[in-house]
Design a binder for this molecule. Sequence first.
Ligand SMILES: NC(=O)c1ccc[n+]([C@@H]2O[C@H](COP(=O)([O-])OP(=O)(O)OC[C@H]3O[C@@H](n4cnc5c(N)ncnc54)[C@H](OP(=O)(O)O)[C@@H]3O)[C@@H](O)[C@H]2O)c1
Length: 230
Amino acid sequence: MQKQILITGASKGIGFETARILSEDGCKIIAISRSAEKLRHLATTYRHIHTITADITNPDALSIIQKDLEKNRIRLDAIIHNAGLLINKPFSDLTDADWENQLAVNLIAPVRLNRILYTFLNKGSHILHISSMGGFQGSDKFPGLSAYSSSKGALSVLTECMAVEFAADDIFVNCLCLGAVQTEMLALAFPGFKAPVTSVEMGKFIADFALNGHKLFNGKILPVALNNPG
Ligand SMILES: NC(=O)c1ccc[n+]([C@@H]2O[C@H](COP(=O)([O-])OP(=O)(O)OC[C@H]3O[C@@H](n4cnc5c(N)ncnc54)[C@H](OP(=O)(O)O)[C@@H]3O)[C@@H](O)[C@H]2O)c1
């Protein structure tokens, strides 16, 4: 039976590679991001890709996602909450708007999506939150990442809470805290920094974990990093 997997932030970086690898594996992908053009490229280059152009922070867009799944009778076996925003600013320069934007993309959108998508999940499904080492308790912390790391820390703890509540419905929830991966997000936030992992390597790991990780883990916050970076 073909697995059906929804991925947010599939237009580039880690999300793009994860979507590509899962589609090459035979899965049907529901790919979401704001860039219609980049999603079109994904869907025309690879097979089994259904795209929905949406800003996940916009409640109207969330209802478009819901209606699209209903109309196309799509059931889900996994959700990968990969879309993310990184604001790199010293704590004292962060405005209310910065905090609101940071939390809107990295925390509130996954919360709302999980609420909407819950009824589309098959028994035995896997919800996977993509967090960061900055949101992993006890990791090294870096200046400029207080809003980002706090949003990812909240997403990590949300994982533990949801796993407890969803267990009765046979739905598994896990969180991967990634170390540095070479993508546009990293290059913009830390120009010149060279990450030890490519988006293809991380995409492979996430694709495999989304399909199989919940056979061994539930409610877990797992560091995926060679060292202890943010
Ligand atoms: N790269 C790293 O070193 C690293 C380390 C730790 C954790 N992570 C996490 O890994 C995930 C992927 O990161 P990445 O490095 O691949 O980032 P990226 O290259 O900047 O890609 C981010 C993706 O999120 C989408 N996105 C952002 N805001 C959105 C919104 N409001 N609505 C819908 N889609 C939105 C973007 O698509 P559009 O612009 O088309 O909307 C894009 O597809 C993020 O959650 C990030 O925090 C990355």
